[in-house]
Design a protein around this ligand. Structure first.
Ligand code: C2E
Ligand code: MG
Ligand code: MG
Length: 680
């Protein structure tokens, strides 16, 4: 509906090509033909009529002349006959009279006769000579005496015809002029409304539907106008509908249906646009990625509706803080992202701080009166400083968010490339593919770290720790590079099954070695078939379940208490030992010990690393050991890095210790040559 199109359609046709011109011209041509026919007929009629008159007159003359001439001919008085001829010629206005005897001799003559025709043809109209020539016999008592030839001039006939012709032409012209004028007025009247209709169509084509068309006349044009108006109205309605559904489709395509925020699809598009803009204009900005801490726990404890309500509340609360230059999107689940375009690093850190604080201040009253307090962890990346494509930028923000989580949650972290090794940098994007390849090509390895019973420092069991072999560097990659990603992608299920299989295989190969403790992710014990799988592996390989210790982290178990409880119960029924890893790192460790029937708790490394200098940690560790003992649960301290820490732990009454001070993770197993004595 471009204006240009309308313009070409609207060009005005010259009058003779227009409807009016053609109508008038057509009717005038028809009229002219009819008039020409009429005039021709009229003149012909006049000619015939005058011819008849001439003949009548000739007959009258003949009777008179016959009477007077016959007498003179009998008497042979040719002079008198000639006088009669002369008198008749002048009185009757004849051109000539000639009396011819039976032998062809001229008896008398008046006026100049043309050359006589050889045979007498009566009543000849000689147009060339302008005469009506006739010949009549002069008789008496049935006897033919002579033949009289005479010619009447036809001037009067020609004059009458000419007059009649010009009269007709004048009348015809006048009639044509009057009818042309009337016709023009008529066509103007008819086509005026057609012209209005054409202009209205141009208006509609240009998208203007407020038409000023005269209604009321019930003729064909009037009905066309009514139909046109109705058509324009329905086009307007359709266009309105189309616009609405287009907007709705756009909304659906770009928005997240729960919160109404922009979705992942829009985020990608917008991020790319902002990055392009930054590349062109030297501008910079930041990407802030955050998720709600322990959101799964909220969902599982209070139901998905409560989870959804919280997501909507978060979207609204943070949405209120967003400026025009910022774009706020929900990527899915509890993951939100914010693009702060043309913001300085200082502005970004203020914004990040505000979001973390705002979320930290949000409280929810749940059914049953329970209060839930939110917090979030956020990773921040700067563009174009950190990366110039949306995927990498998001992956780095994800890594920074993970760092924030590791640092205790409810906080934000700026992505620091130096924290990532160069290899990890490059590999970040391709981790998913690398994990798949590692699973397929057997690139996963287990390293083992000894766990020692105190105070005798006797090797109690070993913990199997996962590594991925990097062919390019020949190094073993530690799990914090790929486990969080594998947990998100679901690949952790395959990884954990591989670890289970491999550990049990090692136990079968080394029947005298101490038990192996394996780490199992929260995602894996969500899977109801996993305990069946462990039992099957133990049975198939002929390994006693008591030689397998299963470690689950407190936070993962906490996020799905029901699954964790079931998982732990089934494993204990099977005969395996259960150890709660990273104990104390969560908020409700003790409360949850009540639900999970563990054999052992492993006190988180964050309490141990600085134990000798941190009195608070000492209080916590003592309390944990005390409570565990009260519940009949043994304790392990991980990350023991020096003798002083070890001594303090022994003093507190810890049952087992693990850490670099006693044994670094290694590939060899006890009984394979290397000494597993503590401290080696
Ligand atoms: P975790 O189970 O708490 O394992 C202890 C981590 O502390 C290991 O890191 C170990 O190498 C490290 N560590 C041991 N002693 C010391 C010490 O004295 N000082 C310090 N600073 N660190 C020490 P690693 O192997 O990088 O594993 C990290 C985490 O990855 C593990 O924490 C565990 O949660 C997870 N993980 C490891 N292997 C597996 C596995 O096979 N499956 C699953 N699902 N997760 C695993
Ligand atoms: Mg562990
Ligand atoms: Mg641990």
């Amino acid at each position: 509906m471009a204006d240009g199109d309308g313009g070409t359609l609207r060009t005005k046709a010259p009058f003779f090509l227009g409807l009016r011109g053609r109508l008038v011209a057509g009717i005038l041509v028809v009229q002219a033909v009819l008039l020409a026919g009429l005039i021709y007929e009229h003149i012909r009629d006049i000619g015939e009529h005058l011819g008849d008159q001439a003949q009548l007159r000739a007959q009258q003359l003949t009777v008179l002349l016959n009477a007077s001439l016959a007498t003179y001919l009998i008497q042979a008085d040719y002079a008198a006959a000639r006088e009669v001829l002369e008198a008749t010629r002048s009185q009757a206005g004849l051109a000539y009279l000639q009396l011819v005897g039976p032998r062809g001799n001229t008896i008398a003559q008046a006026g100049e006769s043309p050359k006589l025709p050889s045979s007498v043809v009566p009543n000849v109209f000689d147009e060339k000579a302008g005469l009506f020539a006739t010949a009549v016999p002069i008789t008496m008592a049935g006897q033919k005496l002579a033949t009289l030839y005479f010619g009447m001039p036809l001037d009067f006939l020609a004059n009458a015809k000419r007059h009649a012709f010009w009269d007709s032409v004048m009348i015809g012209l006048a009639a044509m002029l009057i009818s042309a004028a009337l016709l023009s007025m008529l066509t103007v009247w008819i086509t005026r409304r057609l012209g209005q209709l054409t202009r209205a169509a141009d208006q509609v084509a240009a998208g203007n539907y407020d038409l000023d068309l005269p209604l009321g006349q019930q003729d064909e044009v009037g009905r066309a106008i009514i139909a046109f108006k109705q058509m324009a109205e329905s086009i307007r309605a359709r266009e309105e509908e189309l616009r609405e559904s287009r907007n709705h489709l756009l909304f659906l395509a770009e928005r997240d249906s729960l919160t109404g925020l922009y979705n992942r699809h829009y985020f990608r598009h917008e991020m790319q646009r902002r990055l392009d803009e930054a590349a062109r204009g030297g501008m910079e900005g930041a990407l802030l990625l955050f998720d709600i801490d322990e959101f799964k726990l909220i969902n599982d404890s209070f139901g998905h509706q409560a989870g959804d309500d919280i997501l909507v509340a978060v979207a609204n609360e943070i949405g209120r803080m967003i400026r025009r230059s910022e774009t706020f999107c929900r990527l899915g689940g509890d993951e939100f992202v914010l693009i702060a375009h043309s913001a300085t690093e200082a502005e970004v850190s203020t914004l990040a701080q505000r979001i973390v604080m705002t979320l930290g201040n949000m409280r929810f009253e749940m059914e049953g009166g329970q209060q839930v307090r939110l917090s979030c962890s956020m990773g921040v990346t700067l563009y174009p400083a950190h990366a110039a494509d949306p995927e990498t930028l998001l992956a780095y923000a994800d890594a920074a968010m993970y760092q924030a989580k590791r640092a205790g949650k409810n906080s934000w972290q700026l992505y620091r490339p130096e924290r990532d090794s160069a290899a990890a940098h490059l590999a970040m994007l391709t981790w998913k593919a690398r994990i798949d390849a590692a699973l397929e090509m057997g690139m996963f390895r287990l390293v083992y770290q000894g766990v020692y019973a105190m105070p005798g420092r006797r090797l109690s069991h070993v913990e199997a720790l996962l590594r991925m072999y990097d062919e390019e560097t020949g190094r073993l990659v530690t799990p914090n590079y790929f486990i969080p990603l594998a947990e998100r992608s679901g690949q952790i299920l395959d990884i954990d099954r591989w670890v289970i299989r491999e550990s049990i295989r090692q136990l079968r190969l080394h029947p005298t070695m101490p038990p192996i403790a394996i780490n199992v992710s929260g995602r894996t014990f969500d899977d109801p078939s996993i305990t069946g799988y462990i039992a099957e592996q133990l049975r198939e390989q002929g390994v006693a379940p008591t030689r397998l210790v299963v470690e689950l982290t407190e936070t993962s178990a906490l996020s799905d208490l029901v699954d964790a409880e079931r998982f732990v119960r089934q494993l204990r029924d099977l005969g395996c030992h259960i150890c709660l890893d990273d104990f104390g790192a969560g908020f409700a460790s003790f409360a949850y010990l009540k639900h999970i029937a563990a054999d052992t708790i492993k006190i988180d490394g964050m309490f141990i690393r600085d134990l000798t200098h941190d009195e608070q940690s000492q209080v916590f560790v003592k309390a944990m050991i005390e409570v565990a003992r009260g519940l009949g649960v043994t304790t392990i301290a991980e990350c023991v890095e020096d003798e002083a820490t070890l001594a303090m732990l022994v003093e507190f009454g810890v049952d087992y210790v693990q850490g670099y001070h006693l044994c670094r993770p290694r590939e060899a197993l006890p009984g394979m040559g290397a000494s597993w004595e503590a401290g080696h």
